[in-house]
Design a protein around this ligand. Structure first.
Ligand SMILES: Nc1ncnc2c1ncn2[C@@H]1O[C@H](COP(=O)(O)OP(=O)(O)O)[C@@H](O)[C@H]1O
Ligand SMILES: [Mg+2]
Length: 254
């Protein structure tokens, strides 16, 4: 289980996170939602070891992993994707996934076999020889996701992996995230595509101005006045993107 307690972070004078607490269980999907600038990516960067918090702790299965470097976090099973896919140098699609398979593989043959299986699952096998820089952005996101999955993480951090994908690709990723949950992974998913949140989230945590303002089922948080206010307070241009469904029944009430 992943637990985040009392996490705070500032950039210069800008207080981005204040006293953030939540837990994410194994074999469950926690959706982290909130308006742009709420601090979601910063929080995920702290969990993934990309940033150190100013205060608070992150624990994985009881072990304190606060502020460990991202390579250490990865070695311990915390894997992430980036909202903006990083430049992975001159690797092709196959190589970039095979490299990540080493976390759990015994040797390169097994890593290659795992990479192939993952690329086939993501319908990416035909792109295996292409350089990462030469494929469309949406495909880069899928490769990013395949790379995260192939490391068989304990915690998978997804930062807007559905953004810009076609409906077919969104369905594909939704299925893959579901499979990942079945494999026992604790998934923390920043997502604006509400179709994905509705389909997947066991638990929703709403962040606004660096604070958790609500958590619970999607139905519960959608009916929370502070959540509605936070979303309606965003400029109209951003409303569609972060739409909270008005009347989604809570799980178990359908
Ligand atoms: N490295 C940084 N330096 C300074 N300010 C930052 C940095 N990263 C994020 N911020 C600021 O922190 C706030 C939260 O950003 P972010 O975590 O990316 O929000 P979200 O992912 O919810 O949109 C924003 O105001 C953003 O401009
Ligand atoms: Mg973000």
């Amino acid at each position: 289980m992943l637990s985040v307690s009392n996490v705070a972070k500032s950039f210069g004078g800008l207080h981005v996170l204040h006293d953030v607490n939540f837990t994410a269980d194994s074999a469950s999907i926690t959706a982290l939602i909130g308006p742009n600038g709420a601090g979601k990516s910063t929080l995920v960067n702290i969990i993934g070891g990309v940033l150190k918090p100013d205060a608070g702790r992150v624990h994985l299965d009881g072990e304190d992993v606060t502020g460990v470097p991202s390579a250490t976090a990865f070695a311990k099973g915390i894997t992430r994707t980036f909202q903006i896919s990083g430049n992975v140098g001159s690797l092709n699609v196959f190589e970039s996934v095979a490299v990540a398979a080493y976390r759990q593989a015994r040797g390169y043959r097994q890593a290659n076999a795992l990479a192939r299986a993952e690329l086939e699952r993501f319908e990416l096998w035909e792109y295996r020889d292409q350089q990462l820089g030469s494929i469309p952005t949406a495909l880069t996101r899928l490769v990013d996701f395949a790379r995260a999955m192939v490391s068989r993480p304990k915690v998978l951090l997804l930062d807007e992996v559905m953004a810009g994908l076609t409906p077919h690709e969104v369905d594909l990723v939704i299925r893959q995230v579901g499979t990942c949950r079945e494999q026992g992974v604790a998934i923390v998913m920043i997502e604006h595509v509400m179709q994905a949140v509705e389909a997947l989230a066991d638990h929703v945590v709403v962040l606004n101005q660096g604070q958790v303002i609500a958590s619970g089922s999607l139905g519960d948080v959608s009916r929370n006045a502070e959540v509605v206010e936070a979303y309606l307070g965003t400029p109209p241009s951003e409303r569609d993107e972060v739409r909270v469904p008005a009347d989604t029944p809570a799980k178990g009430q359908q």
